[in-house]
Design a protein around this ligand. Structure first.
Ligand SMILES: Cc1ncc(C[n+]2csc(CCOP(=O)(O)OP(=O)(O)O)c2C)c(N)n1
Ligand code: SF4
Length: 292
C-alpha cells in the first residue's frame, strides 16, 4: 500500500506528518478513533471543525484534514464557543489535553458545561503536562511523581467526570485508548448529542509520566488499562475518581436532555426581537436553502 492509499488519507493532512508524538504515546489512537467515529457518523466533513489549545494532544487539530483551530493554551473552548454561536450549523469538537482543558482552561470548561453549549469536548488525560516536560497538573494522582513533584504529588486531583457533570454537561463518559471500539461509540454519541458532551480518554504518556513513575512502557499501561478497568454505566460521577494504581471506572455516566445555550437564547430573545436579530434554528435555515 502506498502512502497515497492509506485508508485514513481522507482525514489526515499528510503534509503535516510525521507527527511529533513519542513512541507509545496514546494520542494517535484517540485521534484515529475520532476520525473513524466521524467516518461512521457520515457528517458532511466541511461542517465539522476541530478546535484545540496547546499541548501534545492539541496537535490533533492540525493533523486532521478538517477545518481546525490550533488556538492558545487553555482557550480552545472560548474559540469553539465563538464558532458555534456564529455558525450554529457547524459540528464543533474540542480535542485537547487535561492540562489545557482543566488547568489553565478550567474556568472555560465549567462555564461551557453550565451553559450547555452545543460542543463536544474530548479530553486526553495522560495525568501530566506532556508537552512541556512532565510537570504535574490538576489530574495528576496523589503520590505520583512528576518533574515538579519529585517526592510525589500531594494535591488532590480533579475527578473530571464529577466536575463536568456537576457543572451541567449532558453527556459524560470515560474510556481508555485500550477500549477503541467503546471510544469510537462514545465519540459518536457525544458528537450526536445536542448540548455539552465530554469524553475523557485515559492515555499513556511514556515520556513524561510512565518513566518517572516507574510504570514501564506504553504496553504495560495498556495491560493496566485492560486488567484494572471496570465498566459501570450510570455510575455516580462523584464515585469514579482515579487513584494511583487503583481500579479505573469507565463507561457512560451521564446522558440526559436539557435545553442548550442557543435554545434558551432564542427563546428569551424572541420575545423582544424579530428576525434577523434572533438566530434561526438550523431546520429553518435548511428549509429556506431548499426553497431558494
Ligand atoms: C499561556 C501559556 N502557558 C503555558 C504554556 C506552556 N504549555 C504548553 S502545553 C502545556 C501543558 C500541556 O499539557 P496537557 O494539556 O495536559 O497536554 P499534553 O501535552 O499532556 O497532551 C503548557 C503548560 C503555554 N504554551 N501558554
Ligand atoms: S510527551 Fe507524552 S503526551 Fe507528549 S507525545 Fe510524548 S508520550 Fe505523548
Amino acid at each position: 500500500m502506498t502512502e497515497a492509499e492509506h485508508p485514513l488519507d481522507q482525514f489526515l493532512r499528510a503534509d503535516r506528518l510525521p507527527h511529533i508524538w513519542c513512541p507509545g504515546c496514546g494520542i494517535g489512537i484517540a485521534m484515529r478513533c475520532l476520525v473513524l467515529a466521524l467516518e461512521e457518523l457520515g457528517r458532511p466533513l466541511d461542517r465539522v471543525v476541530v478546535v484545540s489549545g496547546i499541548g501534545c494532544s492539541a496537535r490533533v487539530a492540525g493533523y486532521v484534514r478538517l477545518d481546525g483551530f490550533h488556538t492558545t493554551h487553555g482557550r480552545a473552548i472560548p474559540f469553539a464557543t465563538g464558532l458555534k454561536l456564529a455558525n450554529p450549523d457547524l459540528t464543533v469538537i474540542v480535542f485537547s489535553g487535561d492540562g489545557d482543558l482543566a488547568a489553565i482552561g478550567g474556568n472555560h470548561l465549567i462555564h461551557a458545561a453550565r451553559r450547555n453549549l452545543d460542543l463536544t469536548v474530548i479530553c486526553v488525560n495522560n495525568f501530566i503536562y506532556g508537552m512541556t516536560g512532565g510537570q504535574f497538573g490538576p489530574t495528576t494522582p496523589l503520590s505520583a511523581r512528576s518533574t515538579t513533584t519529585p517526592y510525589g504529588n500531594f494535591e488532590p486531583p480533579f475527578n473530571l467526570m464529577a466536575l463536568v457533570a456537576a457543572s451541567g454537561a449532558v453527556y459524560v463518559a470515560r474510556w481508555t485508548v485500550f477500549h477503541v471500539r467503546r471510544l469510537i461509540t462514545a465519540f459518536q454519541e457525544a458528537i450526536a448529542k445536542k448540548g455539552f458532551s465530554f469524553v475523557e480518554v485515559l492515555s499513556p504518556c511514556p515520556t513524561g509520566y510512565l518513566r518517572r513513575n516507574k510504570l514501564g512502557e506504553a504496553v504495560d499501561m495498556m495491560r493496566y488499562f485492560k486488567a484494572n478497568s471496570e465498566i459501570r454505566h450510570g455510575a455516580d460521577p462523584a464515585e469514579v475518581g482515579i487513584e494511583m494504581g487503583g481500579k479505573l471506572i469507565l463507561g457512560k455516566f451521564v446522558d440526559l436532555e436539557r435545553p442548550t445555550y442557543q435554545e434558551r437564547m432564542r427563546q428569551q430573545l424572541a420575545a423582544f426581537f424579530v428576525e434577523p436579530y434572533v438566530e434561526k434554528v438550523s431546520e429553518e435555515v435548511e428549509a429556506e436553502e431548499v426553497e431558494s
